[in-house]
Design a protein around this ligand. Sequence first.
Ligand SMILES: Nc1ncnc2c1ncn2[C@@H]1O[C@H](COP(=O)(O)OP(=O)(O)OP(=O)(O)O)[C@@H](O)[C@H]1O
Length: 340
Amino acid sequence: MSQIEINDVSVVFKDHAQAIKAVSNVSLSIEKAEVFGIVGLSGAGKSTLVRTINGLQKPTSGHVIVDGVNITQASKKRLAQARQKMGFIFQNFNLVANRTIAQNIAFALTAGGYPKEKQADRINELLGLVGLADRLDNYPGQLSGGQKQRVGIARALANDPDILLCDEATSALDTETAEEIVEILKDINERLHITIVFITHQLEVAKRLFDRVAVMEDGKVVEQTTAYDLFADPQSAMSQRLVGRFLDTEVPDEVRFKLRKTPGQLLSLRYRGEDSLDPIITKIATETGVDVNILQGRIEYIQSRAIGVLAVFVTGEDSAVQQAITQFKAQVDYVRAVTL
Ligand SMILES: Nc1ncnc2c1ncn2[C@@H]1O[C@H](COP(=O)(O)OP(=O)(O)OP(=O)(O)O)[C@@H](O)[C@H]1O
């Protein structure tokens, strides 16, 4: 059995006369020690779904099992015990402003029944883990956003959880700070083998952190795959939209303007591996009689594997261009005709 089993879960909110189906018949299995991401646009149902894992949100139908415990039907006592084993990291840190960093973490330790006399050592240990051992007497207001989130992580780890649930944990941070937080979480996952479930709309985080990912749209999971395959060959329209924004080559407006005056087709290509597409391009150009101009190209690495990203402009007789597009589609993982 997987560590987290989400079985046919739906959540319906009654808002006056209206019923909002925030989560719609979602089933997911999350394995021990993996980093599982949930991505989607705002309002897709990500937070609501993740809150069913620690019982903060009761499903309207379906059930969630964590480490063999049916969270949906558990008694209050059993649910409280299960929750101790799940740390939660919030977008806005949720630190108590008029308490020191040490006191903020002490709250979590006390809630978890950690012996009072051992708390000071544990707080030092936890803050050491996130590189903030020298800030324990500071107040949250004296820390930067990134530092606050480190405290959020230390607090979430207080009671030795098996699972960390992270709701947009990097979204309030600048890119560089977000990367630092991602590195800390990666390290925690690797060293402590803690399962991480991470909600985000930031594809940069998905690229750096996730092993597997579920894509949500309108309460449903529309795709479930590895992080690499999500980027290399997204299947659903929503995944293509999200990844497209992140991976597509940006052709500058001036170039677009020029290209508009030239009969031809702009193509966005993606392919697995580091090898150059030159031989394929030359072959297609020779066989169909089109010209293929490479406008842009780069290699991205996801889970240490390469994805090539290329923008090419294909010119020639209409039928030859169409033939070339068909050949590209047959030989390259992902091909999208871009409207200029
Ligand atoms: N307590 C609630 N009462 C009524 N509707 C709710 C409640 N919580 C969430 N919703 C609605 O459920 C839908 C899903 O919201 P949810 O917060 O889960 O999405 P999300 O993907 O996490 O988006 P965001 O990233 O913006 O938080 C939205 O339409 C939202 O308005």
